[in-house]
Design a protein around this ligand. Structure first.
Ligand SMILES: Nc1nc2c(ncn2[C@@H]2O[C@H](COP(=O)(O)OP(=O)(O)OP(=O)(O)O)[C@@H](O)[C@H]2O)c(=O)[nH]1
Ligand SMILES: [Mg+2]
Length: 426
């Protein structure tokens, strides 16, 4: 199968073009340049130079104006640039024209992000999701490149076909998209069965969400002893991982780590990762992990909330976990900024600072899901005693003749079961 992703080679020499529109934005051109550098670095590329380009009206043929194209051409002609990466998404025709004029490979931010996802996907589901995102992105951008493109491709990416080939390619890609969607739908339905089982067992689900590199996987590891890979780079985690976590009252919950977000997360990725993101939308509680040591953390917080809104999870009960406090020198500085952050708690997943406070906070926030029971059960209902031990916390248990006097805290959904089984009032 072919991809429209002209992936980057290791140590590819990159020229980043930061394209912005002429109106104020919380993401300054420098912020965008910085994030583009991190994305390129994660791909193993080397940013040689950055050119800033403020555009009033996008050109349909090249996105940017001819003057800027000339400036970039001169910079590329110096000979140490393999790839130009635009911070703004290109249409197929714009990409093609730029490559023709600049004589080097040109990709955009979405292709760069898709490339990172393709490198990091390891599970079958992750790989299928990434391939789907790549194809969805590629399909509307297929253009017949003709002869001259083949020498620009540098062996990467296989699109350079003539028009007849183009139709065949479109059909092939269309068919592959359908197959991938079917296979992913199958995985989703299997997952729905699992979820049903979890709901039946009444174990609350807590989802870690946040900007990529915020420390979600580090927190999962710290709380549950999992061995999720963590790394100072972007989009390290693509596959969800769920682990059992026991709260201070012995209540068991499931904690799940998932793909990180980025500002303007490409839509094709949100679509393709729908199944993964649905888990977030179905969690009982979200832990929004935020890197407090990042000076732009307020922007990161807002960008994550944008994505949460898009997947219908913004209104969920949420604790904002301000992480990496160990890396903040002046601990007072963020207090003013974070006044309006929802339900915040400051921690360090790395040093373990305040993790106990976080655990109690989770307990408190899940208390609406917990019920305390004080019941007398017939001696034949030892199954309920086991259930109370398994899913809740048993405060006291006394056995008389044919009765069991049980006091325990339980998942709310189990309360009815115990009340129904009670043989008399305590
Ligand atoms: N100083 C400091 N570094 C941390 C802390 N938590 C995580 N990190 C570092 O931040 C980097 C990213 O951590 P991860 O846990 O991989 O972040 P993530 O949110 O899972 O990132 P993605 O999977 O890429 O979305 C790693 O280098 C961690 O060691 C912390 O509390 N303090
Ligand atoms: Mg991670």
């Amino acid at each position: 199968m072919f991809h429209d992703i002209r992936a980057m080679n290791e140590k590819e020499r990159v020229l980043v073009v930061v394209v912005t529109q002429k109106f104020p934005n919380v993401w300054t051109p420098q912020d965008i340049a910085q994030e583009m550098r991190e994305l390129v670095l994660t791909c193993g590329g080397d940013v040689k130079d950055t050119i800033f380009c403020s555009v009033e009206k996008f050109s349909p043929s090249h996105l940017i104006g001819q003057g800027k194209v000339n400036e970039i051409f001169v910079r590329c002609a110096a000979g140490d640039i393999d790839t130009v990466i635009m911070s703004y998404d290109l249409k197929g025709v714009q990409q093609r024209n730029l490559e023709q004029d600049l004589k080097v490979k040109v990709i955009d931010r979405t292709q760069l992000i898709l490339d990172i996802f393709a490198r990091h996907a390891s599970s079958l589901e992750g790989k299928m999701q990434v391939e789907l995102a790549q194809l969805e992105y590629a399909l509307p951008r297929l253009t017949g490149h003709g002869e001259e493109m083949s020498r620009l491709g540098g062996g990467i990416g296989t699109l350079g076909p003539g028009e007849t080939q183009l139709e065949t390619d479109r059909r092939k890609i269309g068919a592959r998209i359908i197959t991938l969607k079917e296979k992913l739908a199958e995985i989703v339905s299997n997952r729905a069965v699992k979820r049903k089982k979890r709901e039946d067992s009444s174990v609350p689900l807590i989802s870690l969400v946040g900007y990529t590199n915020a420390g979600k996987s580090t927190l999962l590891n710290a709380l549950t002893g999992a061995h999720q890979v963590t790394h100072d780079g972007l989009f390290t985690t693509l596959d969800s991982l769920a682990r059992q976590y026991t709260l201070p009252n012995h209540q068991k919950v499931v904690l799940s780590d998932t793909v990180g977000f980025i500002h303007q997360l490409p839509h094709s990725l949100i679509e393709a990762f729908k199944a993964t993101l649905e888990e977030v939308a179905e969690a009982d509680l979200l832990l929004h992990v935020l890197d407090i040591s990042n000076p732009k953390s307020r922007n990161l917080y807002d960008a994550v909330n944008e994505v949460l809104k898009e997947i219908g999870a913004l209104e969920k009960p949420t604790i904002t976990v301000l992480n990496k406090i160990d890396a903040v020198e002046d601990r007072g500085w963020f207090e003013g900024i974070y006044g309006n952050i929802h339900n915040p708690i400051v921690i360090s997943a790395k040093t373990g600072e305040n993790l106990d406070v976080l655990a109690h906070k989770i307990l408190e926030d899940l208390s609406y899901m917990v019920a305390e029971v004080d019941v007398v059960l017939p001696i034949t209902r030892m199954d309920l005693v086991s259930l109370a031990h398994r899913e809740g916390e048993v405060f006291s248990i006394k056995y008389y003749n044919n009765e069991i006097h049980l006091r325990a805290s339980l998942p709310k959904r189990r309360e009815g079961l115990f009340k129904k089984a009670a043989c008399r009032k305590p």
